[in-house]
Design a protein around this ligand. Structure first.
Ligand code: 5GP
Ligand code: ZN
Length: 137
């Protein structure tokens, strides 16, 4: 994975504005922030995304995402955060090294997540619940 941009950041081959680091996790500013303080939290070890990473790694990354969330509220005056991880192209993943976005939200800011809410029929909802439940490990 030597060509992975985030692996190269971990190895110090590419610069980053680092805000946090421990043995397994690193956090740095997103190069194209959605809002000021937009931070990416990554495991130092390469995994493709949340679907590929082991539970313990996901837990550690999200634990740091919470710390960063508190820090952007306390330190930058954000009024809230969106914590997001994209998995696979269909979900908008562009960098295929697992990362969690911590996006500080300000009042006002220009960021909008827009979609048209749908409705389930009773049968559809039941069918979907059945399929998800039977696929849980
Ligand atoms: P994705 O869509 O994969 O969830 O998001 C990837 C994010 O990585 C984007 O928000 C993009 O701005 C950020 N990014 C891509 N390349 C670099 C880089 O070299 N350095 C930093 N700090 N962020 C990057
Ligand atoms: Zn990588």
């Amino acid at each position: 994975m030597s060509e992975c941009v985030f692996c190269r950041i971990v190895r110090g081959e590419l610069p980053s504005w680092k805000v946090y680091e421990d043995e397994e996790v690193m956090a740095f500013l997103d190069i194209n922030p959605a809002t000021p303080g937009h931070t990416l939290v990554i495991p130092k070890k390469h995994y493709r995304n949340i679907l590929d990473a082991p539970d313990e790694v996901v837990a550690k990354v999200f634990k740091v995402a919470k710390k960063i969330s508190e820090a952007v509220v306390n330190g930058l005056g954000a009024k809230g955060v969106n914590v997001i991880t994209n998995a696979e192209e269909v979900a908008g993943q562009v960098v295929f090294h697992f990362h969690v976005h911590v996006v500080p939200r300000y009042s006002p800011d220009e960021l909008r997540f827009e979609y048209t809410p749908k409705k389930y029929s009773e049968e559809e909802a039941e069918e979907i619940v059945k399929k998800i439940k039977s696929s849980l490990g």
